[in-house]
Design a protein around this ligand. Structure first.
Ligand SMILES: Nc1ncnc2c1ncn2[C@@H]1O[C@H](COP(=O)(O)OP(=O)(O)OP(=O)(O)O)[C@@H](O)[C@H]1O
Ligand SMILES: Cc1ncc(CO)c(N)n1
Length: 272
């Protein structure tokens, strides 16, 4: 492959701030070629998800095979996977084509609370996809669901949860603390040996639609360029922090982040 390439397997967000659209914009901004396999079409905007439909797993399979058998990719990044059949399809094809790196963002629900992955899909994600993951990026509500525990409220609780999530198979767990109520936005990384905190000032911004997708795709993009997982995570943190700092006031609700902010502001707009 002449340039770093990511395949995003995710849902379409009509409002353009999350899902496939966030993934393409992020990869493009970071100098990485983005291919896509769409799992679902959502009708959503800054106020929530109005309706959505998943695609047949066979059509998702065809999209992934079309890309992997011809173009090839350095990294697969997954977002909304809808159900167990689609999760299984991704895991099978990633194995068959020996994809070097997989970034799993376990999109279970939209910010507004619409379920985007079935209960069976969650189980199969744990059984089949997490053991293949290079990087796994759950947020606090997703972690609570996966571990069947109350939501973490402190960094100490996040550490204990990260250890449990690591046992599910991913090489690096990044437990996102965007939902933790404190002055810093701390994401806790754990690779089975040591903890590492990605820290940035918590920004008092309203327009945060798609932050999770944007962060995970930035990690995927950096891995595609050859970065080690922890280095990819640091760069992704700077990228998403800059995007949040310049959130765009579109629509009546929670608007999108600015995917071009990191290019304009560089590190100054990102991590401190
Ligand atoms: N207000 C904020 N200020 C700074 N960083 C933030 C803020 N909110 C989220 N982040 C950061 O954004 C990244 C994404 O985390 P977050 O917890 O928002 O993901 P998510 O809940 O999966 O996103 P989504 O809302 O798209 O589902 C993390 O690095 C997190 O620390
Ligand atoms: C399609 C899609 N994927 C992920 C999210 C989570 O932000 C969303 N709102 N929509």
């Amino acid at each position: 492959m002449p340039i770093p390439t990511v395949l995003s397997v995710a849902g379409s967000d009509s409002s353009g701030g999350a899902g496939i659209q966030a993934d393409i914009k992020t990869c493009q901004e970071l100098g990485v070629y983005a291919a896509t396999a769409i799992t679902a079409i959502t009708a959503q905007n800054t106020t929530g998800v109005q309706s959505w439909q998943g695609l047949d797993a066979s059509l998702v399979r065809d999209q992934i095979e079309a890309v992997l058998s011809d173009i090839g990719v350095h990294v697969i990044k997954t977002g909304m996977l809808v159900n167990a059949d689609i999760v299984t399809t991704v895991a099978e094809l990633a194995n068959t084509y020996r994809v070097a790196n997989i970034v799993v963002d376990p999109v279970m629900a939209s910010t507004s609370g619409t379920a985007l992955l079935s209960a069976e899909g969650q189980q199969v994600l744990v059984q089949k996809l997490l053991p293949l993951a290079t990087v796994f990026t759950p947020n606090l509500p997703e972690t609570a669901m996966l571990l069947n525990k109350p939501e973490c409220k402190t960094v100490a609780e996040m550490k204990a949860a990260a250890v449990q999530l690591h046992k599910m198979g991913p090489k690096l767990v990044i437990l996102k603390g965007g939902h933790l109520r404190q002055g810093e936005a701390i994401d806790l990384c754990y690779d089975g040996q040591a903890f590492f905190e990605l820290k940035a000032k918590r920004l008092d911004r309203k327009h945060t639609h798609g932050t999770g997708c944007t962060f995970a795709s930035a990690i995927a993009a950096e891995l595609a360029k050859g970065a080690k997982p922890i280095e990819a995570a640091k760069k992704a943190k700077a990228y998403v922090t800059a995007a949040i700092s310049e959130g765009i006031p579109l629509g009546a609700g929670i608007g999108p982040t600015d995917h071009a902010a990191y290019r304009r502001l560089g590190q100054e707009g990102g991590c401190n």
